[in-house]
Each structure stands twice: as C-alpha cells, then as structure tokens.
Design a protein around this ligand. Structure first.
Ligand SMILES: Cc1cc2nc3c(=O)[nH]c(=O)nc-3n(C[C@H](O)[C@H](O)[C@H](O)COP(=O)(O)OP(=O)(O)OC[C@H]3O[C@@H](n4cnc5c(N)ncnc54)[C@H](O)[C@@H]3O)c2cc1C
Length: 432
C-alpha cells in the first residue's frame, strides 16, 4: 500500500513530481535556501518558492515498507495521538515524573492495546510488526510513554505464548481493553544473570507462597497484572525458575521505591515486594521449572519492540534538528544529518525485517531479535548524541526535547538485556 505524502494521495504526489521535473528544466537545481536568492524577480521568487515546496513534498515521501492498509492506519493513529496528546505534555511528564495514565487510556480507547493481543482474546492482531509500528510512533514523541505502553506488551507476551486457555481469556482480554501489565524478572543480584534469582515460590497444596523482591520493574505499582519469576527449586538454578501471574491486590504483594531515573521518567520503575504472597497454582505459566524458557522466549518476541522504540527516539531527535533551518545550513551539519538519517533508515528497515521474520512463524528468531535491539539502540544513542551536538548549548537545555531524547536513548541499550548480553545471545547462536 502506498504511503500518503503530507495528506496527498499517491496520484497527486505523482502529478507534483512530474511538475517538479518540468520546472527543474527551467531553473538551476534548488537548494534549501534558494528562494532567498536576490537575483530573482518577484515572479522568480514565487516560482522558486513553489519549486522548493514541491521538492520538499517529494523529498519527504517515506520509504515504502509495503505495510498493509490496517498497519498504515495503526501507524497514523499512533502518530496522531503522539502529536495531539503526548507532545503537549511530554516535558511535564518527564520533569514532574508523571505516569501517563490518561494517555495510555487514550491509546487503549483507540485500539492500541489490541495490537499485541490475538483476535481470539479481544485483540486485533498480535503481530510483532504492528507493535513495532505503534511503539515507534509513540517513542518518536516520548520514549517514556512508549516504554509504559511496550512494557504491557512485554508482560502480555508470556501469557500469549505460555498461558493456558483460562489464563488467556481472563488476562489477555483485560489487557486488550487497556489494563496495564508489568513484567518482573530483575532482582538486585539477578540482572543479566537471571539464574541468580533469589525470590522463592514454595508449593503449599494448591497454591505457591512467594517471598522476595524485584527491582527496576517498569509499570510497577501502576499495573494491575504482573508476570513474576521466582525460584521453585533453588538447587536447579535457571532450571528451577517458574513464572506466575500475580494480580496487584493479592495479599502479601506490595511496592517499594520509585526509581529516580536518568530517562524515560514517566514510565515508572518500582520495586516489587513479596511477603508470604499466596498465589494459586492455576496462575503458573507453562509448568514448574520452565520459567527461564518463558523469560528468554518472551524477549525473543519483544526485543524488536525495544528496537522500534529506539528508531522512534532517533527519528524524533532528527525531527527536532530539521525544525531549525539556521542550524542545518552548515555544510558539515548537513553531512552529519545525511549520515544520521541513513542510519535511522537502516535500523528501521532492519527492525521491520526482524519483526516480519518473527511474524512469519520462523523458529530461529533469537539472533535476529537480539541483533535488531543491539543495532537500533546503539544507533539511537549515536543519533541523539549527535543531535545534542548539532544544537550546541541549546542541546544541553531541557527547553529543547533533544536533551530528554539523549537521556531516554541510553536506557534502550540497557533494558530487556544490556547490549553486551545481546552480543552474547548472537555469538552463542552463531557458534552453536
Ligand atoms: C529503565 C529501566 C527499566 C527496566 N524495566 C524492567 C522491567 O520492566 N522488568 C525487568 O525485569 N527488568 C527491568 N529492568 C532491568 C533491566 O532489564 C536490567 O537492568 C538489565 O537486564 C541489566 O541488568 P543489571 O542492571 O543488573 O546489570 P548487570 O547484570 O549487573 O550488568 C552490569 C554490566 O555488566 C555487563 N555484564 C553482565 N553480565 C555479562 C556477561 N555475561 N557478559 C558480558 N557483559 C556482562 C552488563 O552488560 C553491564 O554492562 C529495567 C531497567 C531499566 C534501566
């Protein structure tokens, strides 16, 4: 399906293109500032302005990734909500550490939570590419909101792939309607080394009693549904882990410290505390002892989401740079922008390809998923860092969004496994 060009149909865009070809025969190739050339007559100036406008339209045609009509609409809806609802509040959300409940509700009302839930459980697709398209557009304006949204998809994923029928119908249908969810794996002694999890779940007839704690959990305290990993057999390390669905109001489950973070500040991260928290055996995902597989397989499906979020942040930083013509008039800056734009597009193409590979039902997804996250998050760090540089001292001021984007981008290299861990996953797969 062809992409619309600034609201024009492909037909109108083509006519404009032909006009440009014709006009370009009667004037020298225009530059960004050619309409200010003093030698032109008034008519020449108007003509030049028109030509620049037409060149602008032609040059702003997005790359055609052959997404479906539904996916185009999804992308447009996410972009519209991001511009209308998130952009005006982005600074306040970041500065005042406000969790974006209202915005998440708006996204849910527009069907955005259905995109990562299968149709049988009240969703609309459950396609990785759909999730990537939505996350990218949200993160292009605010990666904090993007993270709060994507973390719900992260928690829904193990229920989709490892839940039984009754778990799926109970929890996925709620998430499709906008119930926020959260994924609790990390502990103070177990970040990259998941086998080091100390939280324990002890079987007690038809229940498990959970004791321990999690740290740095996105949507902690704000979500209603939690997927939590605990050891049911400490002697077996990673093979002794199990995954549980825990509801927020379960007795013995509470929340600790709200982290004062570097970036994505509106996506709250909190400690989860379990003190004799009794969870029914019917809330175990897959089987006892399969928690490590549940956790790792989940990341295989969700890491392209972090990669798409990284593309969104980087594109957002470039959008900001392009708004200021005075700073992009230097030839060296234009070279930098050219290079950065190429990198963003390369990452986007890679992320969409990885997402499509996953959506095809392929089994060998770990390495592509890890590579997309590694490549796109490193790219986002480079692009946002250069964007700060291009803005000069203004780039260091919170009056301009690039400072926030730079802080947000750093985190994409860390969560859902640091980039060193992505390299370990890729290396292990390549040398198997
Ligand atoms: C903003 C934010 C939100 C988060 N949200 C969640 C969430 O919702 N749920 C959740 O469960 N977790 C969450 N996390 C935790 C995140 O997934 C972990 O921070 C991450 O897995 C790294 O763990 P760590 O911080 O303990 O680092 P460590 O594991 O202590 O690693 C420290 C350093 O050592 C390196 N390292 C460690 N092991 C190896 C190795 N084997 N080979 C090479 N290098 C290695 C790492 O790359 C890193 O540079 C979040 C983190 C952040 C920052």
């Amino acid at each position: 399906m062809s992409t619309k060009v600034l609201g024009m149909s492909p037909k109108v865009a083509t006519i404009n293109y032909i006009l440009v070809i014709i006009f370009s025969q009667v004037k020298p190739a225009p530059t960004i500032y050619s309409f200010t050339n003093k030698d032109y007559t008034e008519f020449g100036k108007s003509l030049n302005f028109l030509l620049d406008f037409l060149y602008f339209l032609i040059n702003n045609v997005d790359m055609d990734y052959f997404i479906s009509e539904e996916q185009r609409k999804l992308k447009e809806t996410a972009a519209r909500i991001a511009q209308e609802k998130i952009a005006p509040q982005r600074r306040e959300l970041d500065k005042l550490d406000k969790f974006p409940h209202e915005i998440l509700r708006e996204l849910a009302e527009n069907g955005m939570f259905k995109t990562f839930i299968p149709k049988d459980y009240g969703g609309s697709s459950s396609s990785t590419l759909d999730l990537c398209l939505a996350v990218e557009e949200i993160a292009r304006v605010c990666a904090g909101v993007g993270t709060a949204y994507a973390a719900t998809a992260l928690a829904a994923t193990p229920i989709i792939f490892f839940g039984n029928e009754s778990q799926k119908s109970k929890y996925l249908s709620k998430i499709a309607e906008g119930t926020i969810a959260s994924y609790g794996l990390t502990e103070s002694q177990a970040g990259s080394d998941v086998a080091g999890i100390q939280t324990k779940a002890v079987k007690d007839r038809d229940s498990y009693i959970i004791n321990g704690g999690k740290q740095f959990i996105t949507n902690g305290g704000e979500a209603e549904i939690y997927v939590v990993f605990a050891s049911t057999n400490p002697k077996r390390g990673a093979r002794g882990l199990s995954a549980f669905i825990v509801e927020k109001d379960t007795p013995g489950f509470s929340f600790g410290k709200l982290e004062d973070k570097l970036g994505i500040r509106s996506a709250y991260t909190r400690e989860l505390i379990f003190e004799d928290c009794k969870v029914s055996s019917s809330n175990i995902l897959s089987k006892e002892g399969f928690g490590f597989i549940v956790a790792m397989r989940t990341f295989d499906y969700t890491r392209p989401g972090v990669a798409a979020l990284s593309v969104g942040v980087a594109q957002g930083a470039l959008d900001e740079v392009m708004k200021y013509r005075e700073i992009i008039s230097f030839e060296r800056t234009q070279f930098m922008i050219a290079e950065l734009t190429a990198k963003v597009e390369a990452a986007r193409a890679f992320v969409y390809a990885a997402a499509r590979h996953i959506d095809s039902g392929a089994k060998n997804i770990s390495r592509y998923s890890a590579m997309s996250k590694l490549f796109a998050s490193d790219m986002a760090m480079e692009v946002t860092s250069k964007a700060v540089e291009i803005f000069g001292l203004s780039g260091c001021s919170e009056d301009y969004p690039v400072a926030k984007m730079f802080r947000d981008a750093k985190i994409t290299q860390i969560y859902e496994g640091t980039n060193e861990i992505q390299k370990a996953v890729i290396g292990r797969e390549l040398t198997r």
